[in-house]
Ligand binder design. Structure first.
Ligand code: CP3
Length: 348
């Protein structure tokens, strides 16, 4: 691991924790830390569309570093999005103000699935990889690690099939149940795209990789095992042990052991179950657990909730402080800053 020698203690907090080693204090970062709750981010988005920001390495690098400067978090996560890898596959993605991501030609037929392309990430995701190289050279000076990420096959496929956000996943589940062979072909393509993208991010300088299976909780336990888990497992197995992998999902608390069985050095935990129970279920380092809504409340409530989370892991190694899901756009920045300081001070 050539990068270790360049690091000092703040870098090592996250990476050592991922490997299950004891650390001086709990590392903290915030999912979606580079996002709309930051006035500095909104100022950039007033001048550039989401797609322009994603495709501009200089801008993406600048956005990535914003929370590092403003919040003193213990890691940066590359400013990118889950869905742009679908563009190279042949899907037409746009970000609509107020509506989020929309795919104009969602996958509804086996013919469409069989025509999907699998281009190399170096080609289709070049701006993000260039942004990673730029951020890494900045972060080396600050001794902070950079996290790369991608969507897990089920979550990515659900966007590709639904064409946007959904509550019921009707098209996705109909495809799974009615055309299991086509579903398998689709998921195998997702495995190729995601594995290649994560490997390319690691080569470009990401020292930790997060796999987002944000919507896995829409599945029953047995459907997760049949239709999602085998593919996530392939990706994590192919990535090996050189760069630690955080395996994140939400709504999966009652069968978190199946998420863990798919792999990952660290398991993401939402706020729906106590962290000590989650830790017991997965038997390895965990990340997350604070309800993102706690950041909307008064400090005494936020501190009480943060204390509960910290208390549940006290005396155990293997915890990365984070929210149970992404930070909400209406979160006051002062609360986030105060929370990050509090975690760093009270665990040090
Ligand atoms: O964590 C970070 O700061 C890194 C950047 C990041 C973004 N999206 C930037 C973004 C990450 C890690 C993501 C992941 C992502 N994207 C997920 C999984 C994480 C999760 O929350 O479960 C999903 C499901 C997506 C797809 C996506 N992108 C949606 C549904 C939306 C619209 C709704 C929303 O939350 O904004 C986006 C847009 C998006 N991705 C924004 C950002 C900063 C907002 C774009 C804007 O400026 O309007």
């Amino acid at each position: 691991m050539p990068y270790i020698s360049r690091m000092s203690s703040q870098d090592l907090l996250l990476l050592k924790t991922c490997r299950g080693e004891a650390v001086e204090r709990t590392p903290v970062w915030i999912m979606r830390q580079a996002g709309r709750y930051l006035p500095e981010y909104r100022a950039i988005r007033a001048r550039y569309t989401m797609m322009e920001a994603l495709n501009n390495p200089e801008l993406a690098a600048r956005i990535t570093l914003m929370p590092v400067d403003l919040l003193n978090v213990d890691a940066a996560i590359i400013f990118a999005d889950l869905l742009p890898p679908l563009i190279g596959m042949g899907l037409s993605l746009s970000y609509k103000p107020g509506r989020g991501p929309v795919i104009a030609n969602p996958l509804r037929t086996t013919r469409q699935i069989d025509r999907l392309r699998v281009p190399p990430a170096e080609e289709s995701m070049a701006p993000t990889l260039e942004a990673i190289r730029r951020v890494r050279s900045e972060l080396d000076g600050r001794n902070l690690p950079l996290i790369g990420f991608a969507g897990a096959p089920f979550t990515l496929a659900s966007y590709a099939v639904e064409g946007g956000s959904t509550r019921s996943f009707t098209h996705t589940k109909s495809l799974m149940y009615a055309q299991p062979a086509a579903w398998d072909r689709l998921m195998i393509r997702m495995v190729s795209i995601v594995t290649d993208l994560l490997q390319a991010q690691a080569r470009a300088g990401a020292q930790c990789l997060q796999l987002f299976d944000s919507w896995a909780g829409a599945l029953s336990r047995q459907d997760y095992v049949r239709f999602a888990q085998p593919y996530t497992k392939m990706i994590i197995a192919r990535l090996g042990d050189e760069v630690p992998v955080i395996h994140f999902s939400t709504g999966t608390g009652s069968w978190l052991s199946e998420i863990a069985a798919a792999g990952g050095h660290v398991i993401g935990v939402d706020w729906r179950l106590p962290l000590d129970e989650a830790h017991q279920m997965v038997q390895r380092p965990v990340m997350g657990n604070l309800d993102p809504c706690a950041l909307l409340g008064p400090w005494r409530e936020l501190r009480w909730q943060a204390d509960e989370v910290l208390r549940s892991m006290r005396g155990r190694t293997g915890y990365i402080f984070n929210l149970g899901h992404g930070i909400l756009p209406n979160t006051p920045v002062d609360n986030v800053r105060r929370l990050v300081d509090y975690v760093q001070e009270s665990t040090g």
